[in-house]
Design a protein around this ligand. Sequence first.
Ligand code: NAP
Length: 259
Amino acid sequence: MDLGIKGKRALVCAASKGLGRGSAEALAAEGVDLIINARGAEALQQTAADLTDRYGVSVQAVAADITTEAGRAKVLDVAGPIDILVNNAGGPPPGHWTEWTREDFIKALDANLLTAVALIQATVPGMIERKWGRVVNITSAAVRSPIPILGLSNTARTGLTGFVAGLSRDVAKHGVVVNNLLPGLHATDRADSLDGSAAQAEGISIEQARARRQSGIPTGTYGSAADFGAACAFLCSQQAKFIIGQNLLVDGGTLNVTM
Ligand code: NAP
């Protein structure tokens, strides 16, 4: 299916690896020009070069911490007017609710709520003026089914979900479509690190921890960054114009609910 977005410009945050990269790649495959970001310059430049080679699109790489005001300013300066925004950042560390301090919460809120809000505030007014825009926020399946050890993530991401619920309905009349994409378990560095934490906590090997986590997924496997990216590109498509303020789970059926 032609998603009808060839020649659009997208900013994909936290995109040198994992789900951000998968999303950037799926957009590049549709002919979308990209601005991609991550903190580490080397992997970011490598990703930019790969995507340009494979898809022939323009890819500008901006190394910066997207969760800081200075980092966002640097990225937005290079990006200029954009049609598509994919909000993403690293997730907060696991832990126990008895240990989290006010500073831990502020850091999680900054990274996984206020960064997305700031980038939306900076870019959506331009989309409204141009009467077309797409925003996809990468959140987590944890907003539907909380993960106790990821309480910092549960808290910040449900806050973003509430913000998007109102915002998406407000801007829809201008052709701006805003949705959230909720990853379940995907094979990325983040999943490796959570497998490692689970292995340590339970005194088992990483392979055992992974097998245990995979056994809870109806597909029997982790998702891939490409699976996730395909869903992201669809939410950025022309065809998605009537999908407003939704929270789409990409979790292999893990959440055991009827609706
Ligand atoms: P990942 O494989 O660890 O990749 C993270 C990417 O984000 C890297 O490119 C990293 O590059 C970049 N990044 C991290 N912090 C950044 C920052 N402050 N500023 C700019 N770039 C930053 O993670 P992932 O699995 O793709 O996860 C993406 C998001 O989805 C995370 O918030 C995660 O919590 C959430 N999620 C993932 C899963 C899963 O199973 N994978 C499930 C649910 C939710 P640098 O380190 O060089 O900055």
